[in-house]
Design a protein around this ligand. Structure first.
Ligand code: ADP
Ligand code: MG
Length: 705
């Protein structure tokens, strides 16, 4: 019975392997057909022990000459096999009477496993075995990705029957096939049909070599990668078009309005990049469809003012805006900055900036909620509190999310839904502007974020000095402390960040507390503050205020200062246990300095494990930090080190990752898929739907947030 048929018969409970199949997402015949081998095993030959190399996976045939159960070092079954050229030991730590019977002395058996050398002679650990003789397969045997509950032979059979039954009819229209053929010609791969490609990879012929199968530039792989990328592009483009059918308030840029006034009131002129992205946003806002734009710009590139200018356009028309930030400190900073910029302009209009956080006193909160509901609050700044149910806007037109990667899909959707939540005066969708300081590498932007419009600030405000980064062993900590003393003596300020130790918040804290005590003692006369996530909010604010005002020379903190904090006089950032931080986090932290005119530095203190060296990825991360301050380069290397799965984090919780295509190498196919998706969706919508259903099936929920 097919997996599909099994699923449709509720009366019969699923067997363990059937359940395991579902867990792997292998429900339909086509899912099984698209479940491709991880690698292949060569069972076409019998090797002799004389020719077998240690570490090689071999298939042997011989006679059992000895069998015993040994109890040292633990209970195990030992079987000696003689193949006429040499002998070896088969070792089983788990075994059943059936093992003993099949591997009885005198039995002729065929075994397969990895051969290992050793002091007591060569051995195979837990080899697969069967009676000797019997046909050898004439082609390589596929090995599929699987789970513990799903034995390889069962899965192999399920895949084979799925492949037999699945509808593998062509989904690509002729024109699209032709453009694929042209693209593949550039990659020196002839076009294969999906059916041919799948048969080739699942059941390689006798003359197909391991190299050809494992080489992902083979035409069969190219076809699969192209199909997969096309499905991804189609689903995202469809989401985008769906959104384009929605309505949003038209917010034109009015001359003489708030936007112009704010520009005039700023203490600086915009950079060319800020002007450019500002125009891109203004163009979106002037259209009757909801904006869905990501504003990316390195730390310190000046995204906040761009957001404020966008808000000014909306507020000018009498609409409301919301700005949501991931932490209270960051929200507070935004609030202070935006009040400073906007309240003088809003006051004559009888409007205000409201403030919402979780820690707020009930009375103040009630007051704020009233301002928001009446529309007197033209702008609402806050944390997650902004998306809570009690918050009802009168006419929300623009929602801005800072550090968007820190929010999940659900939270973005909640903010968007604030417009149509009944209490609102208007139906439709608000415009959405998301901001991030973790720039998305181009290939990711083109694939996973294809449904987003992206604006990029690729220039820092003038007068910044580059940050010099040093990687220093913790054994030289005293030198770093001397450097801090010198900086503070010059009137500069210093951050010292301690790591987040995930397993234990208590340890995390003790680390920061100990460092705080150490620095307070070593730097007599300098005010050293401490900031961590478990402090009461009021205390956090007080500490942050002392540091912002320049009274406090050194701020020791856990990663609570990670995002967005802006104190231009700070010129030295010390990161303790830098080896424990992720690359983008290190980059964000480093971005806290170098915001003023003073020369700035970042010291990455690392502690190698007892008597050892740092791990490979930790070393790569620190090296990347020392070599570049360019956020895009950092993001690219981060992607290289971590792979897209982790890089994407929360955004992709619902969306399937690419299984076959590799964004680092398959850019040509990605370009093709982008164009092909647009063409198919416009001219062949049915084929497009069929293609997406085939590849994404139940996972084809469009990315709406
Ligand atoms: P980020 O993009 O990291 O959010 P911010 O918006 O916090 O950066 O800006 C960093 C600092 O640069 C702030 O103090 C901000 O006022 C200042 N700034 C922004 N744009 C300019 C500009 N064009 N010229 C000078 N300073 C600017
Ligand atoms: Mg910011």
């Amino acid at each position: 019975m097919s997996a599909e048929a099994a699923a449709a018969t509720p009366s019969k409970p699923l067997s363990a392997p059937q359940k395991a199949l579902r867990k792997l997402g292998l429900v339909r015949d086509i899912d099984l057909a698209l479940h491709l081998p991880l690698r292949y095993e060569d069972e076409t030959r019998i090797t002799t022990l004389r020719d077998a190399r240690d570490g090689q996976v071999v298939q042997l045939e011989g006679t059992v000459t000895h069998q015993e159960i040994s109890y040292r070092p633990r209970r195990q079954l030992l079987v000696t096999l003689d193949d006429g050229t040499d002998t070896c030991t088969l070792r089983f730590f788990t075994f059943y009477p059936s093992h003993q019977k099949a591997l009885a002395v005198g039995a002729r058996v065929r075994v397969r496993g990895e051969i290992r050398g050793g002091f007591l002679g060569r051995s195979l650990m837990h080899p697969a075995f069967q009676a000797a003789g019997g046909d050898l397969p004439d082609a390589l045997t596929p090995v599929y990705p699987t789970s513990a509950q799903l034995p390889q032979p069962y899965l192999r059979k399920a895949v084979a029957s799925g492949l037999r039954r699945a509808d593998l009819g062509e989904t690509l229209p002729t024109g699209v096939l032709q453009s694929l053929q042209t693209t593949l010609r550039g990659l020196r791969a002839p076009l294969m049909s999906l059916r041919e490609a799948l048969h080739y990879l699942h059941h390689p012929g006798p003359d197909v070599s391991l190299d050809a199968l494992e080489d992902h530039s083979h035409p069969a792989w190219q076809r699969l990668k192209a199909e997969e990328l096309l499905a991804q592009q189609l689903s995202q483009l469809a989401a985008k078009r769906e959104r384009d059918a929605l309505r949003a308030p038209v917010l034109p840029l009015r001359s003489g309005g708030l936007h112009e006034q704010l520009l005039g009131a700023l203490p600086f002129g915009l950079t060319a990049a800020q002007r450019r992205v500002g125009e891109e946003i203004a163009r979106d806002l002037s259209r009757p469809v909801p904006m869905h734009r990501l504003l990316q710009g390195d730390v310190g590139s000046g995204k906040t003012v761009v957001a404020a200018l966008a808000a000014a356009i909306a507020m000018d028309e009498g609409w409301q805006c919301a700005l949501m930030a991931p932490t209270e400190i960051l929200a507070e900073q935004h609030f202070a900055k935006l009040v400073g910029w906007l309240e003088p302009l809003l006051a004559p209009l009888g409007k205000r900036v409201a403030w919402l956080t979780g820690s707020q006193k009930k009375k103040q909160r009630t007051e704020m909620l009233a301002l928001i509901a009446s529309g007197e609050a033209a702008l609402v700044v806050g944390t997650h509190a902004v998306i809570q149910e009690q918050v009802q806007f009168r006419n929300l037109a623009l929602a801005i999310i800072d550090e968007q990667h820190r929010f999940g899909v659900a939270q973005r959707l909640a903010l968007r839904s604030k417009m149509g939540d009944g209490a609102s005066d208007v139906a439709g969708e608000p415009h959405l502007l998301m901001m991030t300081a973790t720039p998305i590498p181009r290939t990711l932007a083109m694939s996973y974020y294809a449904d987003l419009d992206v604006s990029t600030i690729d220039e820092l405000p003038p007068g910044r000095t580059p940050i010099v980064t040093k990687v220093v062993a913790d054994s030289r900590r005293h030198e770093v402390i001397e450097r801090i003393r010198a900086q503070v003596a010059e009137g500069r300020q210093v951050y010292w960040v301690c790591p987040l130790i995930e397993e234990s918040e208590a340890l995390d804290l003790s680390n920061a507390t100990a460092t705080h005590a150490e620095l307070s003692e070593a730097l007599g006369g300098v005010m050293v503050g401490l900031l961590h996530s478990r402090m009461p909010v009021a205390e956090k604010k007080a500490v942050m205020a002392l540091f912002s005002e320049g009274v406090m020379g050194v701020l020791v903190s856990t990663t609570v200062i990670e995002v967005g904090v802006d104190v231009p006089n700070a010129s030295l950032m010390v990161i303790e246990h830098a080896e424990r931080f992720g690359l983008s986090q290190l980059h964000q932290l480093r971005g806290r300095v170098g915001r003023g005119a003073a020369a700035s530095a970042c010291v990455l203190l690392y502690t190698p494990p007892e008597g050892g060296r740092l791990g490979e990825t930790a070393r790569e991360r620190l090296k990347a930090m020392a070599e570049t301050t360019d956020g895009f380069e950092i993001a690219r290397r981060d992607l290289e080190i971590r792979g897209p799965g982790e890089f994407l984090g929360a955004r992709q919780s619902g969306a399937p990752l690419l299984r076959f295509a590799d964004l680092a190498t398959d850019t040509h196919l990605l370009e093709w898929a982008r164009q092909a998706a647009a063409e198919m969706l416009t001219h062949y919508p049915e084929a497009a739907e069929r293609h997406v259903a085939r590849w994404l099936g139940t996972k084809a929920e469009y990315l709406k947030a």
